[in-house]
Ligand binder design. Structure first.
Ligand code: DX5
Ligand code: ZN
Length: 216
């Protein structure tokens, strides 16, 4: 099943509820929520108060992407705030703490995810794939919306699709960054099934058509 997860980073912060409802009406089943700490990435965005506020206004899937240093310190708060999927970066802590964070997320009844930055090889997350419900391949350097899609990440998507088919076939394979009607096609061809779309989705005149074309 293919899913478009509109990124709320591209929504109007003063009209978040309006944009969530508008995207629900356009058929959005997931919402991607970017959390940035100004340290792991050079930008700030939402925190757990936003996740819990969103939880109150939507029953759609909240796909929370933590771009924060040493996320083990905060995963419990994000789980309790109402995340459905909670994804941490492989680059953000030690091997031991990454395992602890993934286990803790699962213990709290939330689906754990692991994210890799463009310079990190696919193989770096092989040891953790069985613990994941979602794997996210960044197709831009994390930190900002509206950047250009990196097509050279497609080999990584392909490698991870093949490995997941072997060890964890129900795990979602997500792409994030510069995904639009055109770039989503090669993501599909290489085996991605969840498509984060920020600026392209929020800017699309016909959001329903944008979502359904990618999910086709
Ligand atoms: C970037 C974020 C993305 C961002 C994508 O660090 O992880 O989720 O919102 O935005 P677009 O789709 O505009 O590249
Ligand atoms: Zn993201």
């Amino acid at each position: 099943m293919r899913i478009v997860a509109p990124s709320l980073l591209a929504a109007d912060p003063m009209n978040m509820e309006r944009d969530v409802k508008m995207l629900e009406n356009a058929g959005a089943k997931w919402f991607h929520v970017d959390v940035m700490d100004g340290t792991f990435v050079p930008n700030f965005s939402f925190g757990y108060s936003t996740v819990s506020a969103l939880r109150k206004i939507t029953d759609k899937v909240l796909d929370v992407h933590l771009m924060i240093d040493r996320p083990l310190r905060y995963v419990e708060q994000f789980c309790k705030a109402g995340a459905d999927y909670l994804a941490i970066h492989i680059e953000s802590d030690t091997e031991e703490n990454t395992i602890k964070a993934l286990d803790k997320i699962a213990e709290l009844g939330v689906k754990p995810g692991l994210v890799i930055k463009p310079k990190t090889p696919a193989e770096a997350i092989f040891p953790y794939l069985e613990k994941c419900a979602l794997v996210l391949v960044m197709t831009v350097e994390p930190g900002f919306g509206g950047q250009s899609f990196m097509a050279d990440m497609m080999d990584k998507v392909k490698t991870l699709r093949a490995k997941l088919d072997e060890v964890n076939p129900t795990c979602h394979l997500e792409v994030d960054g510069g995904v639009d009607a055109k770039t989503s096609i090669i993501c599909k061809e290489n085996g991605a099934n969840v498509f984060v779309a920020g600026s392209a989705c929020l800017r699309a005149e016909d959001k329903k058509a944008f979502i359904s074309a990618i999910e086709e």
